[in-house]
Design a protein around this ligand. Structure first.
Ligand code: SF4
Ligand code: SF4
Length: 328
C-alpha cells in the first residue's frame, strides 16, 4: 500500500477502467503561432524532442497496462513537423497493438507521399485543421477553399461532411486511414477555449464556470518535457500553469510511470467533477460545460456525499473517506 491508500494493483485497475485518452507530443515544435493558441507568445519554433527516457516510460506504460484506447499526438506541437513521428507511432503500436492512434495536424508538412506513410506506421486517424489567415473574417467559401486545397495536397478525394455558417468539414478518402479536414470560425466564439486563462482576452468575455469537468478523469496529457498535465488546455511551459503539473515521468525518487501519474491526478478529479465555482485556470473555462439542471446537481451532490466526497470548487472538496478514495 502507498501513502494514498491504494496498492499498485488497485491503481492499475483504476487506470484501465478510466483512462480513455493519452495525449503526447514527442517533439514540442510547432511552425505556427495561431492567435487562439498560447504558441503565439510561447516560443515553440525550435526542435523540442522528448527525451528517450521519457518516451521509454510511456512505451512501457502502454505495454504494461495493455492500453487499448486513444493515443493522440496533439498538445501544442505540430506532430508531422518531425518525421521521426513515423518511428514513434510504430513503437507505440508495437507496445500497445490494440490502441487507436490519432494525429491532430495543421497539415503544413503533408504531401501525398507523407500521407501514404501514416497508415503503415500504425496511424488510425488523421484530423487536419485548416486555418484562415490571421485577421481574416470567417466565410464559408474561404473555409471550403482552404479545406479542399489541403485535401488536394494530400492527394485525396473527399466528400463534404459538414457545411454550416461557422464550420466546414471534409471526409478524405485515404486507404487505411480515417481522415478529416475542417475549418471553423474561432473569431468571437464564446466556445473558444481561453486555454486555462492563458488567453486573458478570451477569459474576460466568459462567465465564471460552475459546471463540473471530467477531463482529468478520462485523459492523461504528457508534454515533451515529460510533465503530466490535468487536461489538454494546460501546459507545463506556461508559468501560471507550472503549479498544475501533477507529475513528472521517470524513474527518479519523485518521478512516476503512467499508472502513478494517473493516481496523482486524483485531487484534480475530486475537485473538478463537482458543481460549483471553479478557481484558477478553470475559472472561465467553457470546455464541456453543460448547464446542469437542478435534479442533476442534487443527485450528483447526494451521490458524492454517499461516496464520502464533498466540495464546490478547485481547492475544496477532497475525498474524506478511505472508502471514497478507493472508489476513485
Ligand atoms: S493551434 Fe496548433 S498549429 Fe496553431 S500554434 Fe497552436 S499547436 Fe500550432
Ligand atoms: S475546467 Fe479546468 S480541468 Fe477542465 S478542461 Fe477547463 S482548464 Fe481543464
Amino acid at each position: 500500500m502507498r501513502r494514498d491508500g491504494l496498492s499498485r494493483r488497485q491503481k492499475l485497475a483504476i487506470f484501465r477502467h478510466w483512462v480513455a485518452k493519452i495525449g503526447v507530443e514527442t517533439n514540442g515544435r510547432c511552425n505556427r503561432t495561431c492567435w487562439f493558441c498560447p504558441n503565439r507568445f510561447l516560443d515553440r519554433r525550435a526542435d523540442l524532442p522528448m527525451s528517450p527516457e521519457h518516451w521509454e516510460v510511456i512505451l512501457r506504460g502502454l505495454h504494461d497496462t495493455d492500453y487499448s484506447r486513444l493515443l493522440v499526438w496533439s498538445r501544442y506541437s505540430e506532430p508531422l513537423a518531425d518525421r521521426a513521428i513515423l518511428e514513434r507511432v510504430a513503437e507505440a503500436r508495437a507496445a500497445a497493438p490494440q490502441c487507436r492512434v490519432v494525429i491532430y495536424s495543421n497539415g503544413d508538412y503533408l504531401d501525398a507521399e507523407y500521407v501514404r506513410e501514416l497508415a503503415p506506421a500504425g496511424v488510425n486517424r488523421l484530423v487536419l485543421g485548416a486555418y484562415l489567415p490571421e485577421g481574416a473574417a470567417f466565410s464559408r467559401e474561404e473555409a471550403l477553399r482552404q479545406c479542399t486545397a489541403l485535401a488536394a495536397r494530400c492527394g485525396a478525394a473527399y466528400e463534404i461532411a459538414t457545411d454550416t455558417a461557422r464550420h466546414v468539414g471534409l471526409r478524405l478518402q485515404i486507404p487505411g486511414l480515417a481522415a478529416t479536414v475542417a475549418c471553423q470560425d474561432y473569431g468571437g466564439s464564446a466556445d473558444t477555449s481561453d486555454r486555462g486563462g492563458a488567453l486573458a482576452e478570451l477569459s474576460a468575455a466568459k462567465p465564471r464556470r460552475f459546471a463540473p469537468c471530467y477531463l482529468p478523469s478520462w485523459h492523461l496529457l504528457i508534454d515533451h518535457s515529460g510533465a503530466v498535465m490535468p487536461c489538454c488546455h494546460l501546459r507545463s511551459d506556461y508559468p501560471d500553469h507550472v503549479p498544475c503539473i501533477v507529475a513528472r515521468l521517470g524513474s527518479g525518487e519523485e518521478e512516476v510511470d503512467l499508472v502513478g501519474a494517473y493516481a496523482r491526478l486524483a485531487s484534480w478529479r475530486r475537485t473538478a467533477m463537482t458543481y460549483g465555482p471553479k478557481e484558477g485556470p478553470c475559472a472561465h473555462c467553457t470546455v464541456g460545460t453543460r448547464a446542469g439542471d437542478a435534479v442533476t446537481r442534487l443527485s450528483q451532490r447526494l451521490a458524492l456525499g454517499l461516496a464520502g466526497c464533498s466540495g464546490s470548487g478547485l481547492g475544496a472538496g477532497f475525498l474524506t473517506s478511505h472508502r471514497a478514495r478507493r472508489l476513485w
